[in-house]
Design a protein around this ligand. Structure first.
Ligand SMILES: C[S@@+](CC[C@H](N)C(=O)[O-])C[C@H]1O[C@@H](n2cnc3c(N)ncnc32)[C@H](O)[C@@H]1O
Length: 299
């Protein structure tokens, strides 16, 4: 098979780290460390798959995001560094409004990387009163990964699940009083949780936003291995944004803020759609570190 990719030293070290359980630093400083035969075979196999275009994160089973190690598999999009800025923007908004109970919705949570990073940061810095985040995804498999990540990374957050987990209403770390902690509600849902007409203070998310016709033109390692469900945003890449805007046009609080990741190629169209749905709000588009229009805030 044609090789797509030339692995770097860092890729090789990441693979060795996952196979041996030794850190990269250890491996670099202990040249005498012997790797067993079967592990050498595993290493060769993974390097071959990497060369053939399989993403490193799926091969080793994790990806670092916002300084934490997130489990990933082929049911979830591999978290992208650009989405870390979405976490920063959301945290800024939460801290600004920290004196109030905040009811937050994350749509399209995937591995849970955005919500879990926000809650972890809040747990560590204690600059919050109480935050409740409802995180939805249409993929049950993705939600199972989000639940694993929540369990692994959150220490002081009440976690409740519905629609995908056999052991529903899961509680974490023997917390018994859900009122005194931040809480996370993982929900199997088509964008919005079905059960209520809850009003949210903050809506965040990184929805699938690639135009359907563009998905087949993405690079091989993305289109072949990452879930189409996480990429395909419909005809103009607008499906999920439109769903959010239609539902919330006449049904959100005056102070509700939206912070959404967007596709830089369709940012102009999205901006005008936003103005049509929310003429009374201000829509601001911000760029990512590569100078691409990537984040839409509506307030
Ligand atoms: C671009 S990925 C984002 C994942 C994660 N939030 C991140 O930033 O890495 C989009 C996610 O949306 C989910 N999704 C697609 N259509 C959906 C829908 N109608 N309702 C809820 N989730 C949906 C996919 O399963 C996928 O996990």
């Amino acid at each position: 098979m044609e090789n797509f990719y030339q692995p770097t030293i860092n890729d090789e070290l990441e693979i060795l780290e996952s196979i041996t359980g030794k850190t990269k630093e250890f491996l670099l400083t202990h040249k005498e460390f012997k790797i067993k035969n079967e592990r050498t075979n595993k290493f060769r196999e993974l390097i071959k798959r990497l060369k053939n275009g399989e993403p490193l994160a799926y091969l080793i089973g994790y990806k670092y995001f916002y300084s934490s190690k997130f489990l990933v598999n082929k049911s979830v999009l591999i978290p992208r560094p650009e989405s870390e800025i979405l976490v920063d923007l959301a945290l800024k908004e939460i801290i600004k409004r920290k004196d109030n109970m905040l009811n937050i919705l994350e749509v399209c949570t995937g591995s849970g990387c955005i919500t879990v990073s926000i809650l972890k940061e809040l747990e560590e810095n204690k600059f919050r009163e109480k935050v409740k985040i409802t995180a939805t995804d249409i993929s049950k498999r993705a939600l199972k990964i989000a639940l694993k990540n929540s369990n692994d990374l959150l220490k002081n957050t009440w976690i409740d699940t519905q629609g995908f987990n056999q052991k529903e209403n899961y509680q974490f770390n023997n917390l018994t009083d859900s009122n005194s902690h931040d809480s996370l509600l993982l929900r199997h849902a088509n964008v919005f949780p079905e059960t209520n007409n809850e009003r949210f203070d903050l809506i965040i998310g990184n929805p699938p936003y690639i135009e359907t016709t563009e998905v087949d033109h993405l690079k091989e390692s993305v289109k072949k291995y990452e879930p189409r469900l996480a990429l395909d945003g419909g005809k103009n890449g607008m499906d999920i944004y439109l769903k959010i805007f239609k539902r919330l046009k006449n049904n959100c609080k005056k102070q509700t803020v939206f912070i959404l990741e967007i596709n830089h190629t369709t940012s102009g169209l999205l901006h005008s759609i936003t103005n049509k749905y929310f003429p009374e709000k201000e829509a601001i588009i911000q760029k990512d570190l590569y100078g691409k229009k990537r984040y839409l805030t509506i307030r």
